[in-house]
Design a binder for this molecule. Structure first.
Ligand code: P6P
Length: 334
C-alpha cells in the first residue's frame, strides 16, 4: 500500500524533530500539540463569528483598558485549558489576564515550560472579518521543578525562548512556529482536522519592498522614524523601489506577510506613548524570535528586542521588525 509521506502533520513533525535530541522528554512536542488543539477549537469559533452571539463587545475591559470581545475570552480559556490539563506547562501569562496564572498542582509543578499568549491579537478586526491571530512564547523554567512556577520564569529575556509561534486565522488557518532549528509553517487541512506542513524552513527575504506602519501617527514619531518613512516613499526603480505601503492593523497578518514576502513592520513610540502600543512578552518577543530565526532582525529602535530585560508582564516596547537589509537601512537613519 502506497503511504503518502508528502503530508506531514504537526505532531509527526515535532516527534521527528525530537529524534535529533536523544535527551528530549517530548514535553515540548506535547506543548505544541496542545497549542495546535486549542487553535483548532478557536478556529471553529472564528469561522462562525458572524453567525452566533459570540460577536460584539463582551462589555468587560482587559488589563489594557480595551473593550474585550467575547472571542478574546473564549480563545484565552481554550489555550489556558489545554495547557492546564497537559503535562508540559507550569503556568501562563496572557494579554487577557491581569497577572500570571500558576498551575499549582502536582503534575504541572513538575512541568519544564511556561507560556505567554496574546490569545487573539487584532480582535478589534473581528467584527469586520479581517485576519486575526494568536501569538505564543515558550520559556524553559528557571525555578526548581516540583515547586510552583514564579514570575521569574516569565520575566526572561527573549533570547531565552525555546519556541515561539503564531496562528493566523485568515484565508486559511496557519500555525507557524520557530525553535533554534528553524521556522516552519503548517496549514490547517479542514478535511482531516490536522495542521500539515506547508511552509518548511521559512526564510525572511534579505530585503523587500513593503513597509508597514500607521501613517496616522506620522507627526508623532521621532525624527529619524519620519525620515525613514519618507525615504520609503521616495524609493524608485533606481534605489531599490518602488516600495508599497501595506498595513492591515493586525500584527499577526502584517508580520506574517512581511516574513514571507520581505518587508519591514514598524510600531514606533509616539510623543504621547513613547513605549508604543505592542507588548514585549507576548507580541514582540515571539515575533522577534521567529523573524531572527528566519534571518531577519527586530529592534526597539535602539537594541535587539530579544535582549530587552523585562520588568513586568504587560510592558510595552516600540517595535521595528523585518528583512535584514531594510532594518539596517532604518538603523542607519539615526
Ligand atoms: P493601530 C491590534 O489591536 C494591535 O495590537 C496589533 O495587532 C496591530 O499591529 C496594532 O494593534 C494596530 O494598532 O494603533 O495602528 O491601530
Amino acid at each position: 500500500m502506497a503511504i503518502n509521506r508528502k503530508i506531514q502533520t504537526l505532531d509527526e513533525f515535532t516527534i521527528q524533530q525530537m529524534r535529533d535530541f536523544p535527551n528530549a522528554t517530548g514535553e515540548l512536542s506535547g506543548l505544541l500539540r496542545d497549542i495546535g488543539l486549542a487553535a483548532k477549537r478557536v478556529n471553529v469559533e472564528v469561522n462562525k463569528a458572524g453567525l452566533v452571539d459570540i460577536l460584539g463587545d463582551a462589555g468587560t475591559m482587559n488589563v489594557q483598558g480595551e473593550e474585550v470581545k467575547k472571542l478574546d475570552i473564549f480563545a484565552n480559556n481554550q489555550f489556558m485549558g489545554v495547557l492546564q490539563h497537559g503535562i508540559s506547562c507550569a503556568g501562563i501569562g496572557s494579554e487577557e489576564l491581569d497577572d500570571i496564572v500558576i498551575f499549582d498542582d502536582e503534575i504541572s509543578n513538575k512541568s519544564k515550560y511556561v507560556c505567554l499568549f496574546d490569545p487573539l491579537d487584532g480582535s478589534s478586526n473581528i467584527d469586520v472579518n479581517v485576519s486575526i491571530g494568536t501569538i505564543f512564547s515558550v520559556f524553559r523554567r528557571v525555578t526548581e521543578l516540583g515547586k510552583p512556577a514564579t514570575k521569574a520564569d516569565f520575566l526572561q529575556k527573549g533570547i531565552h525562548q525555546v519556541a515561539a509561534g503564531y496562528v493566523i486565522f485568515g484565508s486559511s488557518t496557519m500555525l507557524v512556529y520557530a525553535t533554534k532549528r528553524g521556522v516552519n509553517g503548517f496549514t490547517l487541512d479542514q478535511s482531516i482536522g490536522e495542521f500539515t506542513l506547508s511552509h518548511p524552513d521559512i526564510k525572511c527575504p534579505e530585503t523587500g519592498k513593503i513597509y508597514s506602519v500607521n501613517h496616522g501617527n506620522f507627526f508623532k514619531y521621532e525624527q529619524h522614524v519620519q525620515k525613514y518613512i519618507t525615504a520609503c516613499q521616495n524609493k524608485n526603480k533606481d534605489n531599490g523601489g518602488p516600495y508599497t505601503q501595506r498595513y492591515i492593523g493586525s500584527m499577526v497578518a502584517d508580520v506574517h506577510r512581511n516574513l514571507i514576502k520581505g518587508g519591514i513592520f514598524m510600531y514606533p513610540g509616539t510623543t504621547d506613548k513613547p513605549k508604543g502600543k505592542l507588548r514585549l512578552l507576548y507580541e514582540c518577543n515571539p515575533f522577534a524570535y521567529i523573524v531572527e530565526m528566519a534571518g531577519g532582525l527586530a529592534t526597539n529602535g535602539n537594541q535587539r528586542i530579544l535582549e530587552i530585560e523585562p520588568t513586568e508582564i504587560h510592558q510595552r516596547t516600540p517595535m521595528f521588525i523585518g528583512s535584514k537589509l531594510m532594518m539596517e537601512e532604518f538603523a542607519n537613519t539615526k
